[in-house]
Write a protein that binds this ligand. Structure first.
Ligand SMILES: NC(=O)c1ccc[n+]([C@@H]2O[C@H](COP(=O)([O-])OP(=O)(O)OC[C@H]3O[C@@H](n4cnc5c(N)ncnc54)[C@H](OP(=O)(O)O)[C@@H]3O)[C@@H](O)[C@H]2O)c1
Length: 380
């Protein structure tokens, strides 16, 4: 296991971090009922094999993740790890909510302190709101009281918003979504390097794009990876591409069974910054291009088309179509699309007013593409 040293932390962190958003469940597809005994066994197995970073959040598994992590860390395991959890900022309506939620989390986690306390899933809107109600005053007081030790944020928005947030405070760390497909999305690789240049350690989430990079391996992609001198699995390449960056402190791996955990611990056993050769980086680019070539709608998600007067979630629908096509993930995307139908935000609500097409910078024939998307996402 590689441990990375950052001057902000008092001891090195394991590059492998256990992400507790996708714990094993009793029934596939039902994320609420966690197989607790197996989850505890897996978390402890990871710690016994050198992992010292455990990540959870208020909302994971319908609120159960923190409780189960708390139980997994009893019997002496709490002292062996950095425990990270996140403030559910969308539930904060006024200043006092911050402390109320933190106390609830300490209780659920059965601990007197949280090592890394992150403001969860910041975007521009949430950021502006929590700043307006003095979030830093709360964080500083929580740190002074010993309830939290390091202050950070996790992030889901665009590069410019990331820069704004990261320059607004002397953060101890941040957490971003990054993988071979998202190198130019969200915070981006440039954002990662910028954080690194400021000495802010970066924790990575969704390294396998939520598992899609593990299941969408076509013969074309396999052929590209087979050109590498050393043969590795696509999961291994995805992790290697990340641990190549020295700015990364921890890569959070979500695992839904023991075999995946063991596989990933094995993969991380030869993690080194700078391990990827030029040729291997070119292969990553080739694989990325194959995925991108399957894109069905050239939507960039800029949202200039929004709001739609009929409530159609245009960028969301195109994102589902592209995800389904790129990663052979039709089943999951169909499920999400049915959710949009229930809320009447689906393509069938379109009355063809054309307002969206007039503002789309990509000149997408949105009306036509919405019709196609509806048929595609509803096919059996
Ligand atoms: N702060 C935030 O907003 C936020 C958002 C997302 C994630 N996170 C954190 O980051 C962690 C990591 O993100 P993630 O769970 O999305 O990670 P990920 O690595 O992108 O996806 C995890 C999924 O990949 C598959 N997988 C993992 N290892 C595998 C292997 N060796 N072989 C085959 N498939 C494998 C599994 O999918 P199957 O279950 O389908 O088999 C697993 O559930 C989360 O657990 C959570 O702690 C935070």
């Amino acid at each position: 296991m590689e441990y990375r040293k950052f001057s902000k932390f008092e001891k090195p962190v394991s590059l492998f971090g256990i992400g507790c958003m996708r714990l094993p469940t009793v029934k596939k597809g039902d994320e609420i009922v966690v197989d607790e005994a197996e989850a505890i066994k897996m978390i402890r197995y990871g710690i016994d094999h050198g992992v010292n970073y455990v990540d959870t959040a208020y909302g994971y598994h319908g609120g159960q993740s923190e409780v189960i992590v708390g139980r997994a860390l009893s019997d002496g395991y709490r002292e062996k790890v950095f425990l990270a959890t996140k403030s559910p900022v969308w539930l904060v309506k006024e200043y006092n909510d911050f402390d109320r939620l933190l106390n609830e989390q300490l209780n659920k986690l059965n601990t007197d302190h949280i090592d890394f306390y992150l403001l969860h899933a910041l975007n521009k809107e949430r950021w502006n709101f929590i700043k307006s109600i003095n979030v830093f005053d709360f964080l500083e007081k929580a740190r002074a009281s010993g309830k939290i030790r390091y202050i950070g944020f996790s992030f889901h928005d665009d590069h410019d918003t990331f820069l704004e947030i990261i320059d607004s405070y002397d953060w101890d760390m941040c957490q971003i979504q990054l993988n071979i497909m998202d190198m130019h999305e969200q915070a981006t690789v440039e954002g990662l390097k910028y954080a690194g240049s400021k000495g802010i350690p970066v924790v990575i989430m969704e390294p396998l794009k939520g598992g899609k990079l593990a299941i969408s391996i076509t013969p074309e992609i396999e052929e590209i990876w087979n050109k590498a001198e050393v043969k590795r699995t696509p999961v291994e390449w995805a992790f290697r591409w990340l641990y190549n960056f020295p700015e990364i402190a921890v890569i959070l791996s979500g695992v839904s069974n023991m075999q995946q955990l063991q596989d990933n611990i094995r993969i991380f056993s030869d993690a080194k910054a700078g391990c990827m050769t030029e040729k291997e980086l070119e292969l990553v680019e080739e694989v990325r291009n194959v995925y991108l070539s399957r894109t069905r709608v050239q939507c960039t998600g800029c949202e200039y088309c929004m709001p739609c007067p009929q409530g159609v979630s245009i960028p969301r629908i195109f994102n589902l179509v592209n995800t389904a096509a790129m990663y052979n993930a039709l089943e999951g995307c169909r499920r999400e699309y049915k959710g949009l139908i229930e809320k009447q935000n689906d393509s069938s609500m379109c009355v063809e007013c054309g307002q969206c097409e007039a503002t789309c910078p990509q000149n997408i024939a949105i009306i036509e593409k919405l019709k196609e998307s509806h048929l595609y996402l509803l096919q059996e």
